[in-house]
Design a protein around this ligand. Structure first.
Ligand SMILES: NC(=O)c1ccc[n+]([C@@H]2O[C@H](COP(=O)([O-])OP(=O)(O)OC[C@H]3O[C@@H](n4cnc5c(N)ncnc54)[C@H](OP(=O)(O)O)[C@@H]3O)[C@@H](O)[C@H]2O)c1
Length: 357
């Protein structure tokens, strides 16, 4: 392996980044086909059901790439899913060498993809790059646990306030962190919030960048089915799933009204804290969500912390003093931050603390 291998595999990674947050239950993958140090074609996976990155690149060469090297971020698949095995297409196209950046933890692939290519006489090299290993962290986590990799954010003022006196929304952080929030929503497969936050804020919870508006699947904790059917999210989310408790007799009209807005209502067990979050998370994992982004109030944030379900948290802190009587962020337990890796960075006028578990 040489420096050019690193350069081309990194190019494949840049392509994989384009569809992060849009491919679940599949991972996002990028591919580059190179011969004599010249890029012949590139490809990436658009989303489940569409061609994988390798056939997407190969089709641009009429499926003929005699003697070329294929750089691909993930080990090529070798099984029939919604599309045929990539290994077949690679062998048929005459690819001489494959360089890939991550072992596919999917038990249907896991080493078998590489073995099939080698059996067909193709040189196959695994080249781990830190950025690619990091990129597939959530996919690996989901494949091995069937739970989503969960990231939660909470925005606080310097005096620890998250909302106004009666929970009304207040603009806490500045434009740069707002942009980061939209970027994080975009890179996640789905967003989770609470009916409480929707009732207070009536947010859109979609992705809004300078160029586009993107709808995302939305999950909502709503124990007693209190969500108003006029909420904006019914127009702005790609899909809406509401979790409510199975231990009450719910008004069937409420369920019908929410279903009429396109929501899927799922009954969950509850405990002394509210909905059983482990059951909620297993359900979301079964939907094929690798990356889940949580945006809600302090109770939801601390509940996920208490249940040890968070893999990452972003605590935004703004240089503002909101004042007495406003809603404070009060985690209901002691958080041991001593043993956790913490990273601080300034983002625009605010600071952001990243905690990983
Ligand atoms: N600063 C920020 O980053 C930010 C972000 C979003 C929202 N907010 C603000 O946060 C305020 C709401 O905060 P909040 O702390 O009152 O509410 P929250 O964290 O948004 O939601 C908490 C609610 O979730 C429901 N829930 C269901 N199962 C649960 C469980 N196992 N554990 C905990 N909660 C469970 C409960 O309501 P039910 O039993 O009724 O279902 C609970 O009261 C809003 O006013 C909004 O403006 C701030």
């Amino acid at each position: 392996m040489n420096d050019q291998d690193i350069v081309h595999l990194h190019q494949a990674y840049e392509l994989a980044k384009l569809r992060r947050g849009f491919c679940s239950p599949n991972p996002s993958v990028g591919a580059v086909i190179v011969k004599n140090n010249k890029i012949l074609a590139t490809g990436y996976h658009q989303g489940a059901g569409s061609p994988h990155a390798e056939p997407d690149a190969l089709k641009k060469l009429n499926n003929s790439a005699q003697g070329a090297t294929l750089y691909v971020t993930l080990e090529p698949c070798c099984h029939f899913g919604r599309t045929p095995p990539c290994t077949n297409a690679i062998i048929k196209a005459g690819i001489q060498r494959v360089v890939y950046g991550f072992h596919d933890p999917n038990p249907l692939v896991a080493g078998k993809g590489e073995a099939q290519l080698k059996a067909a006489g193709i040189t196959c090299d695994y080249l781990p790059l830190p950025e690619i290993t990091h990129f597939y962290e959530s996919y690996h986590y989901w494949q091995t646990t069937k739970k989503p990799f969960i990231t939660a954010k909470i925005a606080l003022s310097l005096d620890g306030k998250i909302a106004g006196k009666s929970g009304e929304p207040i603009q806490i952080t500045g434009e740069a962190l707002k942009e980061f929030t939209h970027y994080s929503r975009q890179n996640s497969d789905a967003i989770l919030t609470t009916a409480k936050t929707i009732i207070q804020d009536d947010p859109r919870l979609n992705v809004r960048t300078e160029d586009e508006v993107i709808a995302k699947p939305l999950y909502i904790l709503d124990t007693a089915l209190t969500l108003q059917t006029t909420a904006k999210i019914f127009k702005t989310a790609k899909s809406v799933t509401i979790f409510y408790t199975d231990d009450k007799n719910h008004d069937s009209e409420r369920l019908e009204a929410l279903a009429a807005e396109g929501a899927t209502c799922v009954a969950m067990k509850s405990n002394q804290h509210g909905l059983d979050l482990n059951q909620v998370i297993s359900h979301i994992g079964q939907d094929g969500i690798h990356d889940l982004w949580i945006e809600a109030g302090g109770k939801c944030f601390s509940a996920f912390l208490r249940e040890k379900l968070l893999k990452k948290a972003y605590i935004y802190i703004a240089p503002k003093w909101i004042g007495e009587g406003q809603m404070a962020f009060l985690p209901e337990f002691n958080l041991d931050l001593q043993s956790q890796p913490l990273t601080w960075q300034q983002v625009g006028e605010d600071v952001m603390c990243e905690v990983c578990w």
